[in-house]
Design a protein around this ligand. Structure first.
Ligand code: ADP
Length: 599
């Protein structure tokens, strides 16, 4: 059985009380016995001395030199024996018993000589002595106290049954037992009280400590200055330190989370087994991870053998490498740093370089395309110039004119190319200022038609315009002109001779939709989405022959985008294309007043 504090304190106190009580009782009992014995011895000697004094007085009463007769002394012995409740014996110098309170005169005659009795020997030699011995005369243990009787050179002896003092002793023992029983009862009560007080104080301390440790209570009440009060104080200090530590840890965690959430680079901390310990939102997005990948291994979370291999190869050293993930490929610059300070593992920093790589690719493509576009006109101009400089062609004006006309055409193509490239560079570089305003569409379309009237006429292409006079778009005048001229130019350019082009503009909810349809050869579906890319041509030879740069539709797309619109191409049955542009409609008068410039 397990004892609680209350039980232990109770048993300890009770045990202590019983042990102390028992030891005290035994000691007291022994001391009382001794006291009683010594008291009895003194009493005996006192009786013997009194008897001696009485005998002396008897002798003195006889006059000088006279002695009391033995029967007189025997009568004295009987009298004294009765009054002191003891046996009084007078012994002469030969050891003969001359008077004895326990013997009759007859008995005296048969009493043996006492000269060999130890107390008698001691008293004969002048010493008082007390001995215990079995008396054959009275048949029990007697205590004998003998004193010298100098008048007769004999001995006066007093004897008493040994058990006569035992009654007193037994009575005292009974009192002692009663006191011990009472003491035990008090000890039980006190032990119960003390154990109760100690246990309840400890119980309160334990309950409060539990409440503080579980967080239900902030501090423990300190109600006393004793050891329990000190324990409560110490626990309070511990609780304070604990809450300070928790506060510091929470702050640290919040700071770390703020950093992790704030950085645009991906951060992943892996343990020695490549399990994800910490991951920030940027890494979740870059690696295409599930919402909470913590605890999973990287192999489970990401399908990227390249990344795993990179980590495996660089367990102990920092390294960086670029990897491509997913489709379409996302290019990531991965830096790995091993975590030597802790239990191993590593930290990955992921930097998205997809845009950088795309830009590089575009720049390379642009340089290649521009070089390609420049090469033909420049070499034709150069060849024609050389031919003319050689002199032969110059002599023939008709031939010279043909050469110079070719040079002019190609120079114009170069000029168009440079102008388109510059436009694109300005638009993409944010250097094409827009002034958005309400623009009546019928006038804008008419301006484009007027600009290309000659071109249309040269190809006998008829242009029909159906635009509501009230319709207006919220756009930039110059940009809209450039868009319409480009689209109409293409429509005329790619129409068959004698073809027709229709320009319509209608309102569709909050937008206007301008459509330019031709009945030319049309554009196959696989080319349709790509014709808005830079330098993309369905038929490069035909485009070049027609003076095209391959940049017109790309410029259109950029400009429409700047004006918050959209552009597209649909086929026309049985042949032909419809290029359409949507722009925000401008109907509210206040919008026309609020011009703004956008890059
Ligand atoms: P280009 O200067 O070559 O005309 P664009 O960017 O204006 O360049 O057009 C890209 C390509 O789209 C052209 O080369 C041509 O093949 C095709 N295209 C454009 N407009 C039309 C059209 N109306 N009909 C048929 N094809 C067209």
């Amino acid at each position: 059985m397990r004892l609680g504090v209350r039980g232990k304190v109770f048993v300890a106190f009770l045990g202590l009380a019983v042990v102390v009580g028992l030891a005290g009782g035994l000691y007291l009992d022994r001391e009382l016995g001794r006291l009683e014995e010594s008291e009895q011895q003194h009493e005996l000697l006192r009786h013997a001395r009194s008897a001696r004094a009485a005998a002396h007085a008897l002798d003195a009463a006889r006059g000088a030199g006279q002695r009391a007769a033995n029967p007189e002394i025997d009568a004295l012995a009987d009298q004294l024996g009765a009054s002191t409740n003891s046996r009084i014996t007078f012994i002469d110098d030969h050891g003969t018993v001359i008077a004895d309170s326990a013997l009759t005169a007859e008995g005296l005659l048969h009493e043996e000589n006492h000269s060999h009795r130890p107390e008698v020997i001691a008293a004969m030699s002048g010493r008082e002595d007390v001995v215990t011995r079995f008396s054959t005369t009275v048949g029990k243990d007697l205590l004998y106290g003998a004193v010298p009787w100098p008048e007769r050179h004999g001995v006066v002896r007093a004897a008493m049954a040994l058990d006569s003092g035992q009654d007193v002793l037994a009575h005292q023992r009974r009192l002692l037992l009663l006191a011990a029983a009472f003491g035990l009862f008090v000890a039980v009560l006190m032990s119960a009280l003390i154990s109760h007080l100690a246990a309840s104080a400890l119980g309160t301390l334990v309950t409060n400590a539990r409440a503080v440790l579980s967080g239900g209570q902030r501090r423990m009440p300190v109600s006393s200055e004793d050891e329990l009060g000190h324990i409560a104080g110490s626990l309070n200090r511990l609780a304070d330190e604990r809450s300070q530590t928790i506060e510091a840890l929470v702050k640290e965690r919040d700071r770390l989370n703020a950093v992790l959430n704030g950085v645009t680079d991906g951060l992943v901390a892996l343990d020695a087994g490549n399990r994800i310990e910490i991951v920030n939102p940027a890494a979740v997005q870059l690696l295409g991870l599930s919402e909470s990948p913590e605890g999973k291994t990287l192999v489970e979370a990401v399908r990227a053998p390249e990344l795993i291999e990179l980590i495996e190869r660089n367990r102990d050293a920092s390294a960086s490498a670029e990897i491509a993930l997913g489709d379409p490929a996302r290019h990531l610059l991965v830096r790995i740093a091993p975590l030597r300070a802790t239990t191993g593992g590593s930290v990955l920093v992921l930097h998205d370089v997809t845009d950088l790589r795309t830009m590089e690719l575009m720049r390379r493509d642009l340089v290649a395309n521009v070089s390609h576009e420049l090469r033909t006109p420049v070499s034709i101009i150069r060849a024609n110039a050389e031919t003319l400089l050689d002199g032969g062609a110059l002599e023939d004006p008709a031939q010279a004119r043909a050469f110079i006309q070719a040079m002019y055409r190609h120079a114009e193509r170069l000029s168009n190319l440079l102008s388109d490239l510059l436009d694109l560079a300005r638009i993409e570089g944010g250097a094409y200022p827009l002034c958005l305003e309400n623009i009546p569409l019928r006038q804008a379309v008419q301006r484009a038609v007027d600009t290309l009237q000659r071109t249309a006429k040269n190809k006998s292409v008829s242009v029909q315009v159906v635009v509501d006079a009230e319709l207006a778009a919220y756009a930039d005048n110059q940009a809209l002109d450039q868009v319409l001229v480009n689209l109409l130019d293409n429509a005329i350019k790619y129409s068959f001779d004698g073809g027709s082009v229709d320009i319509t503009a209608v309102r569709e909810k909050e937008q206007v939709r301008i459509a330019i349809s031709d009945d030319g050869p049309g554009i196959q579906e696989r080319h349709r989405a790509r014709v808005f890319e830079r330098f993309y041509r369905v038929d490069a030879g035909r485009s070049r022959a027609l003076g095209g740069t391959g940049l017109g539709l790309s410029i259109v797309k950029h400009l429409v985008g700047l004006m918050h619109g959209a552009v597209g191409v649909d086929p026309v049955e049985p042949h032909g294309s419809t290029f359409w542009v949507t722009l925000p409609v401008a109907t509210q008068p206040e919008r026309s007043a609020s011009n703004h410039r956008a890059a």
